[in-house]
Design a protein around this ligand. Sequence first.
Ligand code: SF4
Length: 375
Amino acid sequence: MSIKEVKAKSILRKHKKIDSWFISRYGMNLYRGCTHNCVYCDGRSEGYYVDGEFGKDVTVKVNAIEVLQRELDPKRKRTPFKGGFIMVGGGVGDSYQPIEKKYQLTRKALNLIYEHKFPVHMLTKSTLIKRDIDILKKINEQNRAIVSFSFSSVDDKISTIFEPGVPHPDERLRTLSLFKNEGIACGMFLLPVIPFVTDTQELMEETIKKAVDAGVDFIIFDGMTLKNGKQKEYFINVLKRYNPKLTTEYDNIYTGDKWGNATQDYYNSINQLFKTTAKKYKISKRIPISLYNDILSENDLVVVILEHIDYFLKMKGRTSPYGYAAYSISQLKESLSSIKRDLLKLKGIGKTTERIILEILETGSSSYYKKLSEE
Ligand code: SF4
């Protein structure tokens, strides 16, 4: 393993529009590279330009806290911060990978987030996050914190092979319960499920059941991408050792899409399985509106709800105009309330969408969303 220390010019990454998966406007990566070394990690693919050998080498942004201190200072901002969670995690390096024990950048960043009164959403696979329960509780009491863990399933043996550097799923579930018992909202990111390995009905059911028993507020699901190049080569080598017969199945669903997507038929089948199982256990498939409708601007709230409606409809195999309508609203400079009478003039907004928007502006929620989310 080698550690490279670098000085970063910026830390806080501003999204062009609100990210409706994480309900965040800003994200940050304090490390590049990840010794958790998950076999399916797309951080391994060439497009992310991670230095060194992925899984072994890590780049540490040693001046991250100094830079972040500047970036979070409202006096230095020309435009005010947008509402929403600051997302810590995801990307190409887990914020709680082992190197964090030494550098403590995540802990120091959380202290700054608390000082500046932002809500935070953490996503990790490491139980080291327990170390920061004190500061996360303070953020949650002051504003709000969500703690999410990602899983490919709850099977310990499969995890040992495909996620060799992280605590077993049972330990992750116990950590989620710990945070939940402290009053912090928790989520499972069931992604990626590994085709023909963790996408079976039995395992999906066991995973969702255990997550619900652990007390999660939501489960967000997605399939796996496998980009040609380093990511695919590395993955297929491990898959061959796990079960060589599966390589033909992979050839059938990963047919060279430039983003590494599997076939739509395959994604439709696992989405359907997830949807049916999530319904059985009555678990939300998106972050519940009550966890964010008081911290977003009205435009962002509408964008998120429309995108979630779009997601639910697509899960049902239907086409939807709501994704485009959400995009159109995300480009607005003025607030929706100020142009209430002119909504139909906006691109992609018809009578039905107008009704949904007006309901959200009035109540902070949508009955159509609620109905779809329960199907
Ligand atoms: S924990 Fe996340 S970033 Fe790290 S190797 Fe696994 S998938 Fe990649």
